[in-house]
Design a protein around this ligand. Sequence first.
Ligand code: UDX
Ligand code: UDX
Length: 459
Amino acid sequence: MKINKICCIGAGYVGGPTMAVIAKKNPNIEVTIVDINAERIAAWNDEDVSKLPIYEPGLAEIVAETRGRNLFFSTEIDKAIKESEMIFISVNTPTKTYGKGKGMAADLKYVELCARNIAEVATTDKIVVEKSTLPVRTAQAIKSILHNTGSDVNFEILSNPEFLAEGTAIQDLLHPDRVLIGGESESAIESLANIYGSWVNQDKILRTNVWSSELSKLTANAFLAQRISSINAISELCEHTEADVTEVARAIGMDSRIGSKFLNASIGFGGSCFQKDILNLVYIARSYGLNAVADYWEQVIILNDHQKRRFSDNLISALYNTVSGKKIAMLGWAFKKDTNDTRESAAIYVADHLLSEQANIAVYDPKVPAKKVYADLNYLETRSDSKNKDLVSTYNDPYDAVKDAHAIAIMTEWDEFKSYNWKRIFDSMKKPAFIFDGRNILDKNEIEKIGFEYSSIGK
Ligand code: UDX
Ligand code: UDX
């Protein structure tokens, strides 16, 4: 099938950047991104591209180039579905917060709603592409909804999981390690492979069956997260043995069988995918009665929770076992640098723990607005919104955030933190002035020379 028009349901962190790059590289294809959230669509359409709802290096430039040419943002979902030959489903699939599988299984209600919406309004044949990360066998449900419409419209279902990482989304999309397309119909697979083929070498475009494709996404994320939990487990051992986790990571990473990437010890991984996808894997394994498999992967999450907790416990014990009434400045709130996304950020959990110990928290993040900080804390339902507002303050200037603080906790590895005037910061803080570097980004010798009490991860 020759594709002239594409529609993507879901203008989020995945749908937005992915479609922008597809539009850039395929000027002859009209790409429309639709979303039920009118405010988000309005932000995508804002004339000032610095106001896009998502911050990703390089994204604003591509949107400026393609928007209005062959990239469109709209709330007219039915119209876009009707007119397109290919429809991407890129809505969120959060962990269920209710009912069966609560806290473990993926909530597929939005995906199902999309499938029903497509089934209802389509009058011509469509290729439906799963872009959202989904538990293996979800395509079966989509298929069954689409194939029981009673009309003679033909639907082909493809799984095309996204491997981009936030903060590097545009580079990852432009230069992917591989593109994965799972499906039954060869012609549908080739229609999508052609679209990627305008900038990705064909030998990097992998064709598999739908189930392998769905499971590969979960597995890739589980393996990546497992590396972080593995190095974080070793970081704790380092702290007791005078080994240095950075040295250990370098030493093992030079073994080409192990490889050097994703071995940065940290306060624990965050983000919208790792925890959710592993929980999914665990839930699916358990539902097949594969308890040993489920326990194996669950340990990656347990270790991650332990790492976050360990960070706040260490901070409290260094501050003479109490943080009550003390000002703790948190630098960074996003789950990693170069994004304004905060989903599952370790900062949220560390802050929550410190707040339960009655600390006052001052937050500075270069890209995360105050209202997101409060929304993240309120979502945990540990205390009321007004209590969170009492105890947490947010700042637009890092030097204000750290003034009179007893301690600084570095939560995100933003580059700008490295070039701060740390002497000036030291002078404005309460003494002894503590730094807890959850990302190992500062130079220990220089920082200690200034006079700070410095601790980092795994050293
Ligand atoms: C992505 C992936 O799609 C998901 O599978 C992955 O596991 C997490 O990341 P993301 O793009 O980051 O999701 O999610 P989000 O930024 O929340 O965007 C989803 C968008 O879909 C939202 O803007 C939401 O308004 C929209 N949506 C949701 C719809 O348009 N219709 C719905 O029925 C539900
Ligand atoms: C991840 C996958 O990398 C991507 O392929 C998939 O499509 C979506 O999930 P993302 O969550 O955007 O991407 O970011 P990623 O760079 O993987 O980082 C996840 C978390 O792990 C962050 O909190 C990061 O700080 C942490 N991390 C990463 C470490 O703690 N140490 C590392 O060595 C690497």
